[in-house]
Design a protein around this ligand. Sequence first.
Ligand SMILES: NC(=O)C1=CN([C@@H]2O[C@H](COP(=O)(O)OP(=O)(O)OC[C@H]3O[C@@H](n4cnc5c(N)ncnc54)[C@H](OP(=O)(O)O)[C@@H]3O)[C@@H](O)[C@H]2O)C=CC1
Ligand SMILES: O=C(O)C1=N[C@H](C(=O)O)C[C@H](O)C1
Length: 276
Amino acid sequence: MSNQAPIPVVVVGAGGKMGREVVKAVAQAPDMNLVGAIDTSPELQDKDAGELAGLTEPLEIPITNQIEPMLAFAAQERQPGVMVDFTHPKSVYDNIRSAIAYGVRPVVGTTGLTQQQISELAEFADKASTGCLIIPNFSIGMVLLQQAAVVASQYFDHVEIIELHHNQKADAPSGTAIQTAQMLAEMGKVFNPPLVEESEKLPGARGSQAGEGIRIHSIRLPGLIAHQEVIFGAAGQIYTLRHDTSDRACYMPGVLLAIRKVLQLKSLVYGLEKIL
Ligand SMILES: NC(=O)C1=CN([C@@H]2O[C@H](COP(=O)(O)OP(=O)(O)OC[C@H]3O[C@@H](n4cnc5c(N)ncnc54)[C@H](OP(=O)(O)O)[C@@H]3O)[C@@H](O)[C@H]2O)C=CC1
Ligand SMILES: O=C(O)C1=N[C@H](C(=O)O)C[C@H](O)C1
């Protein structure tokens, strides 16, 4: 058993679908200590974070909407604190800035940050010499899919991305689809050279333009969790890469890894593949 003090972790969005999984995973991790559970949802105030997460015993950590006192508390612990954020595109930027200002390391799963916001946050983290991880997808399967897509893109000039999610998702396209398109665009070629002049009879019919000719199509339906296809086409063949999630527990090994790794960083890092 290590003599090191457990990593103090504050979960923001603790009452949400991902937040509850994170509370459970952190509570069960021997080297971590849940010190705060933040959620702005009015009906969740003062509820026990552990019971909400489905643990049999309460954790004696009540849900609160007060982030700053929790960050201040985490900052005073023996080990540097970590804030895990699974909230909403509207609030994540401010949460990250507050955490860094308190010297608490952000591990961010919330998607929907703009490139401009990510650049500003990178500068802020750099100046504070504070580690910060922004990870659009914590599942190992998605990292493998993206790596396979990068390899395939050397041989195929035509590709489209379809992402399919539950219909409570706020942002579109998904952060993962945007990241996948960025990885392909970095290959230094233009995909999908047009063969005909296309006209959309209904706006959006051909999806969104993610750069370098790559299009993303977003589907939202109850019954889905999170799914992505990258479809390559060439004369006489189709190569499809597909990833499906059936349980949000699939993200937890990545989240726990990120909590441990962020303590070793001094700047902002984007993407799970960079810390594996
Ligand atoms: N990186 C990854 O691997 C993954 C990322 N995600 C992303 O995580 C985010 C959350 O997803 P999900 O858990 O499904 O969403 P949920 O809506 O289920 O959960 C979000 C929770 O955060 C609360 N909340 C909103 N704003 C704040 C705030 N400022 N401070 C504290 N709590 C807040 C919400 O309350 P209320 O409902 O009252 O607004 C809600 O309880 C999304 O951006 C999603 O795309 C999801 C899965 C995997
Ligand atoms: O909202 C979700 O559920 C998910 N969001 C992330 C994204 O936008 O890429 C990750 C995963 O797709 C699940």
